[in-house]
Design a protein around this ligand. Structure first.
Ligand code: ADE
Length: 221
């Protein structure tokens, strides 16, 4: 898979893509991630990318020209263009599963008051990562990239995500490791029993209880 990210702040991506699982996935060529500054596509002599909104109001609006030209330059036959904004559809695991099967994604990170509305005409999906407003689409596009890359073949073991919370609509059961007693807190006896059926039943019950307490909406799915 190839992911091109269009941003005004390419430096923000450095640390995130240079550590841990993402770093290894890039090194092992499971994914090719390229960061582009869409200011480089501006035809303005001062590389301007934004202007004041028609009709007045606060802030600056990202202009069509640099973004249209950047996407024209990067687009392939099989490209999906994704915009990250607070007014997008709330991102869910099912969207991530679907996007992980694509060949080429272009992620568009907004800033300031947002995008000229006409940019939406060349976008396939618009996602929000939650009902709160961030300073820009950079962190959301890191979140989306991370969620997608871990699902690519060979990046992590498939069994690590098959049973996890948002694939099964149940929150994870509690896990424990050594020692058996830490500051008076005991590991549940059943986990030491070696009885796999009982352990499975215990985990199932804990997972259900936790989900019904914290996220009853998941049980309705
Ligand atoms: N840009 C600013 N806030 C955002 C959010 N919550 N999700 C996606 N993009 C954003």
């Amino acid at each position: 898979m190839k992911i091109d990210i269009l941003t005004l702040f390419p430096e923000m991506f450095k640390g995130v893509f240079e550590e841990s699982i993402l770093k290894r996935a890039i090194e092992e060529k499971k994914v090719d991630i390229q960061i582009h500054n869409f200011r480089d596509y501006s035809m303005d002599p001062h590389h301007k990318v934004d202007d004041t909104p028609y009709g007045g109001g606060a802030g600056m609006v990202l202009m069509c020209q640099p973004i249209f030209d950047a996407i024209d330059a990067l687009r392939q036959a099989n490209t999906k263009v994704i915009m990250l904004t607070p007014s997008g559809i709330p991102l869910q695991q099912e969207h991530v599963n679907m996007l992980s099967k694509e060949e080429h994604l272009i992620l568009l990170c907004g800033h300031y008051e947002g995008f000229d509305e006409r940019i939406r005409s060349i976008v396939d999906y618009e996602f929000s990562i939650g009902d709160y407003v961030l300073t820009g689409g950079e962190i959301p596009s890191m979140v989306l990239t991370d969620a997608i890359v871990r699902l690519l073949p060979g990046v992590i073991k498939e069994e690590s995500y098959q049973n996890e919370s948002f694939q099964t609509n149940r929150l994870d059961y509690p896990n424990y490791t050594k020692p058996r007693n830490f500051r008076g807190m005991e590991v549940p006896e059943v986990l030491l029993s070696g009885n796999h059926q009982e352990i499975m039943a215990f985990r199932e019950k804990m997972s259900y209880t936790k989900t019904s307490e914290r996220r009853p909406d998941l049980l309705e799915k």
